[in-house]
Ligand binder design. Structure first.
Ligand SMILES: NC(=O)c1ccc[n+]([C@@H]2O[C@H](COP(=O)([O-])OP(=O)(O)OC[C@H]3O[C@@H](n4cnc5c(N)ncnc54)[C@H](O)[C@@H]3O)[C@@H](O)[C@H]2O)c1
Length: 299
């Protein structure tokens, strides 16, 4: 078997269960040493318990791999630094950062509380920025020290809720769309160091999604979180150095590369809003509509 991440060191956030657990196990299977980060929170972000993360680290060790547990909150700037430092101090380097930790506080906009907004933005958006910021400064220092590129890899976690838009999730969707934008911009900034930054948009049957509807046995197998991880492991490898700034859907029977916002129909600038209005309506009729949650055009 070809090992895609032999000798590389990875952090996977929110790796105690669901999709993150599968990322950690498959990265370890491909030779990576893994920092298994997880606060051990409930779906809504409350509580803390590192024993599920310890179980994943034990599973990796039982298959002959190397792993340590980290219980920091990814949205805490100092905690994220501690996590990055732990990887470097324990395994001597850091090569891969998978930002996966997440929570949900769904609510229709008119009823959403400030706390529900802040909690979700904290874990997802700041929880992507903070670890990436500390990893990036480490990689910049390494690139200076080696006088050459490093093979750093960041794989963020967006969602169809963010890139396409899901009702009841203005907090989560805005954070996930922010992560997609963060991915594109960070990819541009870090390319000169030899660091790639991509995002996945997973679809998987986990405790975060099992309440949505009834699933058949076949659907549960097709949506098993392990189907998301091969994309992450390949993006994490040195082989994937030419792929950056992409958002890739993975899971539920497919892998699909997403296409972002782009300029559509246009007219010359107009001073008179009365005359401009009908032109805007005409252009809106000409361009492709926004996607539905399946990623295709709405009828
Ligand atoms: N399951 C899906 O279909 C789906 C779809 C779109 C996006 N996602 C995203 O995939 C990621 C994983 O989701 P999942 O379905 O595996 O959910 P999950 O609830 O099974 O796992 C999320 C993990 O993140 C941990 N966590 C929460 N807050 C944390 C914090 N502040 N610091 C560290 N760890 C924290 C939790 O303890 C939990 O173990 C999330 O970012 C989620 O938004 C999942």
């Amino acid at each position: 078997m070809t090992l895609l991440c032999e000798g590389r060191v990875a952090i996977v956030t929110g790796a105690a269960r669901g999709v993150g657990r599968e990322h950690a196990l498959l990265l370890a299977k491909h030779g990576a040493k893994v920092v298994v980060n997880d606060l051990g929170a409930a779906v809504d972000g409350s509580g803390a318990d590192t024993s599920p993360a310890q179980e994943v680290a034990d599973e990796i060790k039982a298959m002959g791999g190397e792993a340590v547990v980290n219980g920091d909150d990814v949205g805490n700037f100092d905690g994220a630094k501690n996590m990055v430092d732990q990887a470097i101090n324990t395994f001597g380097q850091l090569d891969i950062l998978v930002n996966n930790a997440g929570i949900l506080r769904d609510r229709m906009l008119v009823n959403m509380t400030e706390e529900e907004w802040d909690a979700v933005v904290h874990v997802h958006l700041k929880g992507t920025f903070a670890p990436t910021r500390h990893a990036a400064s480490y990689w910049r220092a390494m690139s200076k020290q080696n006088d050459g590129p490093v093979y750093g890899r960041v794989i963020n976690t967006s969602s169809t809720s963010g890139i396409y838009g899901n009702v009841g999730q203005t907090n989560y969707g805005a954070a996930k769309a922010g992560i997609a934008a963060f991915t594109v911009i960070a990819a541009r900034e870090l390319s000169r160091l030899g660091v790639t930054v991509n995002a996945i948009s997973p679809s998987a049957y986990t405790r975060m999604t099992d309440y949505l509807r009834e699933y058949t046995e076949d659907e549960i197998e097709e949506r098993a979180p392990r189907w998301v991880s091969p994309t992450v492991v390949w993006l994490a490898s040195e082989e994937a150095g030419d792929i950056s700034g992409r958002v890739i859907q993975a899971g539920a029977g497919m892998v699909a590369v997403c296409e972002g916002w782009r300029r559509g129909a246009e007219v010359d600038a107009m001073e008179d809003p009365v005359a401009l209005g009908p032109k805007i309506r005409e252009m809106c009729g000409k361009v492709r509509k926004n996607s539905g949650m399946d990623g295709f055009e709405l009828d």
